[in-house]
Design a protein around this ligand. Structure first.
Ligand SMILES: NC(=O)c1ccc[n+]([C@@H]2O[C@H](COP(=O)([O-])OP(=O)(O)OC[C@H]3O[C@@H](n4cnc5c(N)ncnc54)[C@H](O)[C@@H]3O)[C@@H](O)[C@H]2O)c1
Length: 352
């Protein structure tokens, strides 16, 4: 299977996984930045280097495209790739607004190509453990859940010439999927309504940031529960995630900071006794130790799932509808911050 990767910052670690996997050949890369293109081409032994996405997407040898370009380009580039007959693995978030979501659903519904969103939190070991407990009935029915993602990205907000990058005006809730995906993937639930809130620190500490320091949304769920998502890209806190699931038979929460990925605390079956457990990634030693760094081994698992879906014609773990179920609540949350009202989270299945 011939792969092309676009966007060579975060995308580099994904390009390396495709390069190492014996089921895939990385044959083309694309980036506006010539230095990144040349360095990646040399490191990975790739000869087809594209500056223009349109030329890249027209390369008929490419079967599947992995998109790791800035988030505001995801919908437009996914649609171009699908229309060019490529399978698409797209970085999070899938889209930035409801219009983009509708256009993507329209393009995908006229195609038989696989679309998958590369959401690593579905594969983090602590989340996989929660999924097992939930599947065994140990947590019962979840009536309340929480997710937090706090990541001060000051260093990524300006280009070397001082102009703002897309991250300088990205609303924290427009990037909701690390928080929403574990619960939604585990339960099959869907968020139906969002109420958003926002707050910021003092102006002299803003550093030219163009949106709220923290955005929080409450979501109502189809199964009758509620969910709180808090996201921030401007803060003085160490980077970290946190998840908690309150079930009527058991309780689960992750560790804090970097331990959120691998450590969990849970009680099960109506017993209040808490167990602490350290969870492991599956054995992926055939890929060596250095691959998939930064996000553990989750990117390898995503690539394996994406390729298997294409080969077997099966649904990927995060297909388009799941990707939108994970992404659209954040967009509705931003709408609610502005309107002060509960906003409906659309069901993208009704657009087909
Ligand atoms: N954990 C995660 O899932 C995770 C982590 C980091 C980033 N991301 C996502 O991955 C994507 C990439 O993130 P990043 O931090 O590398 O972003 P970035 O903006 O730092 O880098 C994007 C790269 O794409 C290139 N690019 C820009 N416009 C392009 C175009 N039109 N055609 C081709 N290349 C173009 C840039 O030159 C740059 O090399 C983002 O959408 C982000 O949301 C996800």
């Amino acid at each position: 299977m011939n792969i092309g990767v676009a966007g060579l910052r975060f995308g580099m670690s994904w390009a390396q996984v495709f390069d190492a996997y014996d089921e895939t050949d990385l044959i083309a890369i694309c980036d506006l930045d010539g230095e990144k293109r040349d360095q990646a081409g040399e490191l990975l032994g790739v000869e087809s280097l594209y500056e223009s996405f349109d030329e890249f997407v027209s390369d008929e040898r490419i079967d599947a495209i992995a998109l790791f370009t800035p988030a505001p380009l995801h919908a437009e580039q996914s649609i171009k790739a699908i229309k060019a007959g490529k399978h698409v693995l797209c970085a999070v978030p899938a889209v930035m607004d409801m219009e983009e979501a509708r256009s993507l659903v329209e393009a995908a519904s006229q195609s038989d190509r696989i679309y998958m969103m590369a959401e690593n939190w579905v594969y983090e070991p602590a989340v996989v453990r929660a999924h097992e407990l939930y599947g065994n009935g140990a947590l019962g029915q979840i009536y309340y859940a929480e997710a937090e993602y706090y990541h001060g990205v000051e260093g990524l907000r300006r280009n070397p010439d001082g102009s703002p990058t897309w991250r300088n005006s990205l609303h924290a809730l427009q990037y909701p999927t690390h928080g929403t995906s574990p619960y939604l993937h585990m339960t099959g639930d869907r968020f139906t309504e969002a109420m958003g809130f926002a707050a910021s620190g003092r102006a002299e500490f803003t550093g030219g940031y163009e949106t709220d320091w923290i955005q929080t949304a409450m979501f109502r769920t189809e199964k009758g529960g509620i969910f709180r998502l808090s996201n921030s890209f401007q803060n003085v806190r160490e980077i970290g995630h946190f998840l908690s699931f309150h079930g009527d038979q058991g309780y689960f929460e992750t560790g804090r900071f970097s331990e959120a990925r691998t450590v969990c605390h849970y009680s099960q079956g109506g017993d209040k006794q808490t167990t602490r457990e350290v969870c492991e990634h599956p054995d992926l030693s055939q890929f060596g130790e250095s691959l998939g760094r930064g996000h553990g081994k989750t990117s390898i698992q995503i690539v394996l799932n994406f390729v298997a879906s294409i080969q077997n014609g099966t649904q990927p773990s995060v297909d388009l509808m799941s990707a939108l179920d994970m992404t659209l609540p954040g967009i509705a949350g931003v709408q609610s911050v502005r309107s002060g009202n509960w906003e409906t989270v659309p069901d993208p299945r009704t657009w087909v």
